[in-house]
Design a protein around this ligand. Structure first.
Ligand SMILES: NC(=O)c1ccc[n+]([C@@H]2O[C@H](COP(=O)([O-])OP(=O)(O)OC[C@H]3O[C@@H](n4cnc5c(N)ncnc54)[C@H](O)[C@@H]3O)[C@@H](O)[C@H]2O)c1
Length: 275
């Protein structure tokens, strides 16, 4: 589904891929309801849209913690009072956590599942009745390449991203005879602040790294990887083409192919690169 003149909800729109999606969707003529925990970041996203889109479009921004059902219900009320209808939702907000299974406390598993998985479940279910009213609509859920293959020290994150893929696959089957298309999105390495945000939130366990080593890793993550603006184009093109699986970046396409045909060899090699 093309987003021109459509009202689209994007979560996690204050940063990274979500901001990239907001800018690209606005350029393509969408009307946006942007949500995030980070109000200042959302303001920056809207300022960037306004700088490139001087004509007045009634985009809205909303404070939302995707892990709270109560927040989602308030958000739906805000969106329906500002927008006549909703044509699509991109459940993009997410956090990461780094730690071995042994080192990761139960409450960390809960926290990652609450944001990444339940946030996506709430978004899907709370907007479904509105989407069903439209002649054409979409639900797009951001998983990861780590929803395609396992990576050590990423048990909580991988589990949440595999769960998103499973849920989205079921949803696709259940909505087959409706006007709603469903996509599972699998980005590879995208140059965002996701790892820095995890470090700043203390979402890391195990042996602490030296400050210099940590800075090196964060700078390298943000200096390489596909720009979020490019990721956003691939995602919106995939939604326009009604793809059920959207692979973002060369590394994601490579991983998808390799995990189908050389599963064990690919997974062992990918894991060897991690310290
Ligand atoms: N960057 C990558 O390499 C990569 C790869 C694969 C998948 N992803 C996924 O892409 C999505 C976006 O990540 P990103 O890389 O742009 O990261 P990011 O940290 O730059 O952006 C994530 C956004 O989500 C928001 N957020 C976090 N918790 C929230 C909550 N409880 N409620 C509402 N908003 C919340 C943050 O405030 C932030 O604006 C995530 O789901 C992530 O897992 C990223």
């Amino acid at each position: 589904m093309r987003v021109r003149n459509k009202t689209i909800v994007i979560t996690g729109a204050a940063s990274g891929i979500g901001r990239g999606l907001a800018l690209e969707a606005a350029t393509r003529g969408a009307v946006l309801a942007l949500a995030d925990l980070d109000r200042d970041g959302l303001d920056k996203t809207l300022q960037q849209i306004e700088a490139t889109q001087p004509q007045h479009v009634a985009h809205t921004r909303h404070s939302l913690d995707v892990s709270s059902l109560e927040n989602w219900r308030t958000f739906v009320r805000e969106v329906t009072s500002s927008h006549a209808h909703v044509d699509g939702i991109i459940n993009n907000a997410g956090i990461t956590f780094s730690g071995t299974v042994e080192d990761t406390d139960y409450d960390r598993f809960d926290a990652v599942m609450a944001v990444n998985f339940m946030g996506m479940v709430y978004g899907t279910k709370e907007f479904l009745p509105l989407l069903k009213q439209r002649p054409e609509a979409f639900i797009a859920n951001v998983s990861s390449v780590y929803g395609l293959y396992p990576m050590k020290k990423q048990a909580a994150y991988c589990a949440s991203k595999y769960a998103i893929r499973g849920f989205t696959g079921v949803l696709e089957q259940e909505l087959k005879s409706t006007s709603i298309t469903v996509s599972s999105i699998h980005p590879g390495h995208i140059a965002t602040k996701v790892v820095r945000n995890a470090v700043e939130a203390g979402n890391i366990s195990g042996e602490p790294l030296s400050k210099a080593h940590q800075d090196y890793i964060l700078d390298a993550f943000e200096a390489t990887g596909l720009p979020a603006s490019e990721a956003a184009k691939t995602i919106l093109d995939g939604i326009a083409e009604k793809r059920s699986k959207i692979l973002v970046g060369k590394d994601a396409r490579h991983a998808d192919w390799m995990t189908r045909f050389f599963t064990k060899r690919f997974i062992d090699r990918a894991n060897k690169k991690v310290l």
